[in-house]
Design a protein around this ligand. Structure first.
Ligand SMILES: *Cc1c(COP(=O)(O)O)cnc(C)c1O
Length: 233
């Protein structure tokens, strides 16, 4: 069932505001706003919130946990067959098969064992899922992602040995640093690997990401408001 009318209206209005901000940021560069796809990050919100966003005409979403996505998205995808879902949180190897079944893109490929598991499950299930390599642009020890210096070799391994459909790179800059430096670094690594898609920018910095070439921005709070329940990432 839909949420309260006020929440649906809030989400539709926030969505329109974020799209307008993307268009303004794109015009500064300038680049075509249509080349920036907005991913609505519905983690931490229930299916009603995602449904309100779908009802407003939006079709591209992301979740950061396989288990949480499994509670909401099979039913939503039945009703909105053209909805697409990206995984943006760490993926354990033992959840790789479930991720291949449910998601349309996996943005957090960051290690050889996961590449092997995804390739095997895609073959077994008969479903190709676009992959982004997550790069730990800040070389933060606690953070997921492959080190910038190891990214070229890892992309080659994924493409050549595992034949994975690698479409681009993804990053989450360190919270206390200038995101632009990280966005520029991600763009440079993508360019030298002939990768066209750049997933970068969240509620706090998506406009900067657009200026630095993002083709996907991942926005949660600015669309849905504060998360209703805590999210492990
Ligand atoms: C939660 C999350 C987002 C969205 O964050 P907001 O600040 O709510 O926009 C984007 N990317 C990743 C990887 C996330 O985990």
């Amino acid at each position: 069932m839909p949420e309260k009318i006020s929440d649906i209206a809030d989400i539709a209005r926030n969505l329109a505001e974020v799209k307008a901000a993307i268009a303004r940021a794109a015009a500064k560069v300038p680049r075509a706003a249509a080349d920036v796809r907005l991913i609505a990050v519905s983690k931490g919100h229930d299916a009603d919130a995602a449904q309100a966003c779908l009802a407003a005409g939006h079709r591209l979403f992301a979740e950061n946990r396989v288990q949480e996505a499994e509670t909401k998205w099979p039913a939503l995808k039945e009703r909105f067959a053209d909805a697409r879902l990206h995984l943006i949180g760490p993926l354990q190897t033992n959840k790789a098969a479930a991720a291949v079944r449910l998601f349309d893109a996996i943005e957090t490929l960051d290690r050889p064992r996961l590449a092997e598991a995804l390739a095997r499950h895609m073959d077994e299930i008969g479903r190709r899922v676009d992959c982004f390599v997550q790069v730990n642009t800040g070389n933060e020890p606690q953070k997921a992602g492959i080190a910038p210096a190891e990214t070229d070799a890892f992309v080659r391994l994924c493409r050549d040995d595992y034949k994975l459909p690698i479409v681009g790179l993804m990053c989450i800059p360190p919270v206390d640093e200038e995101p632009a430096l990280h966005f520029a670094l991600l763009r440079e690594i993508a360019k030298r690997n002939n990768l066209t898609e750049l997933s970068m920018g969240m509620s706090s910095d998506y406009e900067i990401a657009v200026e630095f070439g993002a083709t996907f921005v991942r926005v949660g709070t600015a669309i849905f408001g504060a998360r209703e329940y805590p999210v492990v990432s």
